[in-house]
Design a protein around this ligand. Structure first.
Ligand SMILES: O=C(O)[C@H]1O[C@H](OP(=O)(O)OP(=O)(O)OC[C@H]2O[C@@H](n3ccc(=O)[nH]c3=O)[C@H](O)[C@@H]2O)[C@H](O)[C@@H](O)[C@H]1O
Length: 432
């Protein structure tokens, strides 16, 4: 075991004979070490710049599970952006749709494209729910000529670039961290997307020349603990029941500020529990369908003393009509180069269905459509941000946007169920 005893426990303490041969080997080994560390150093620099070239800034969302690197820029990319945003009719508009691979974003983008408007999508494809569903929506849009740029609304350089390439007349801002209950799990993602991201977008819009008019998604959740029904835009919205609601309410106040200081035209739309084909898997109607089909029990919330929990469920096609009505009636922003030149439009509208349905009825409809009896667990409405009841007064939207919902829950869920069964057919894909 002598050889083992000769090796010192601390490297460098090993004493060697100082022969000429030793000097040569030591010199050679130093050169080798130097070469090795230089290579490592050069490699690290290469990796750093390769992953974040100045023309393609890294935009990663710190509040996300997946840190992503987006790549954008270059003549071919700009050509795609321009072509997607090109207006094809005489009175068409060019719209930047944020959250274009989301549920509402996909439907609105497709509808705008169908009528000849120029549409460019933007989406960060985060993994809040199954990103493959977002990719499928993207593929759908690509087929109809809408390019969805992969990037985050917090990436100011990307947004500025988009406005440099296309002078958008409108922004339809639908990118958001959605979901009422998830806000307790990942609060910072709501601040990051719904507040920081919104401000970043408005900063770029205010400096754009011309400034676009902005229509954006607020939420019925801003009514929070309000008990006066139906909910009217004049009712108080200072008692949010979830952080999600609080960030949407903050968005409405932020919109006021940018309208006031910079003359940006801003319209907020308070969506009421939107559902339909290509919907969000984190919403009750969607995961109830999945769980009922799998024979898995579902939890149905009930209020105090077994009180009814109900929602003013609104079908996606009606919401799309409301969004287009808001875009079409949006007046131009009045500022330019970051300076206000006059009063600009500031609006907020409820987009609901005006007929609340108990969640128990939603489940009965699904049972009939799916021809499967649900395994139900009734449970008390948890204190996680849910509110017992929503009901929209839509007279403002009716008057000013020509908004008129026409789809009842039974009809809308039938269309959803047909889509769901087709999309997830053969058990090939599991709804995430
Ligand atoms: O209008 C909005 O502004 C919001 O609408 C949506 O929120 P909600 O209306 O809460 O929809 P959703 O979660 O589908 O629950 C539906 C019903 O099922 C009940 N519910 C829910 C889960 C469950 O396990 N059991 C249950 O009974 C639950 O108590 C509720 O009564 C969007 O998600 C949100 O992003 C936002 O846009």
């Amino acid at each position: 075991m002598k050889h083992l005893d000769d090796i010192p426990s601390t490297p460098g303490k090993f004493k060697m004979d100082k022969s000429p041969y030793f000097h040569r080997t030591r010199w050679q080994s130093s050169v080798a070490k130097l070469a090795f560390w230089s290579l490592v150093f050069v490699g690290l620099i290469f990796i750093f710049f390769y992953r974040s070239p100045s023309s393609n800034p890294v935009s990663s969302d710190p509040s996300r599970r997946s840190l992503r690197t987006y790549s954008w820029g270059g003549p071919a990319w700009e050509k795609r952006v321009r072509s997607s945003a090109r207006v094809r009719t005489r009175h068409g508009v060019s719209v930047l749709v944020t959250g274009a691979a989301g549920f509402v974003g996909t439907h609105v983008s497709a509808a705008l494209k169908r009528r000849g408007d120029g549409v460019l999508g933007l989406d960060n494809f985060n993994d809040y729910y199954d990103p493959s569903l977002k990719r499928a929506r993207q593929a759908l849009l690509e087929r109809s000529g809408v390019f969805v740029v992969e990037g985050d609304i917090n990436d100011a350089a990307l947004l500025k670039k988009l406005f440099e390439v296309v002078p958008f007349t409108h922004v339809m801002h639908l990118a958001a961290q959605a979901g009422v209950r998830y806000a307790m799990e990942n609060p910072s993602s709501y601040v990051h997307s719904n507040i920081a991201g919104f401000v970043n977008l408005l900063e770029v819009c205010k400096s754009a020349n011309p400034q676009p008019a902005i229509v954006w998604a607020s939420s019925s959740s801003v009514y929070g603990l309000n008990t006066k029904v139906p909910f009217s835009e004049k009712d108080r919205t200072d008692q949010p029941a979830s952080l999600y609601a609080a960030t949407k309410k903050a968005g409405e106040e932020i919109a006021h500020t940018y309208n006031h200081i910079y003359g940006l035209s801003l319209t907020g739309l308070r969506f009421f529990t939107v559902y339909g084909p290509w919907g969000r898997p984190d919403m009750a109607y969607f995961f109830f369908t999945r769980d009922i089909l799998k024979g898995k029990a579902i939890s149905i919330f009930e209020g105090v003393n077994h009180g009814t929990v109900a929602r003013d469920f609104t079908y996606i096609d009606d919401i799309v009509k409301g969004c287009l009505g808001a875009l079409d009636t949006a007046e131009k922003s009045t500022g330019s180069g970051g300076k206000k030149r006059g009063q600009a439009q500031l609006r907020v509208f409820n987009l609901g269905n005006t007929s609340p349905v108990p969640v128990t009825d939603l489940v009965s409809i699904l049972e009939r459509l799916l021809k499967v009896k649900a395994k139900k667990n009734m449970m008390k409405l948890p204190r996680n941000g849910d509110v017992p009841f929503t009901h929209a007064n839509i007279s403002s939207a009716q008057r000013e946007l020509g908004y008129k919902p026409t789809t009842d829950l039974q009809t809308g869920l039938k269309k959803f169920a047909r889509w769901y069964l087709g999309y997830y057919s053969g058990g090939k894909k599991a709804a995430g």
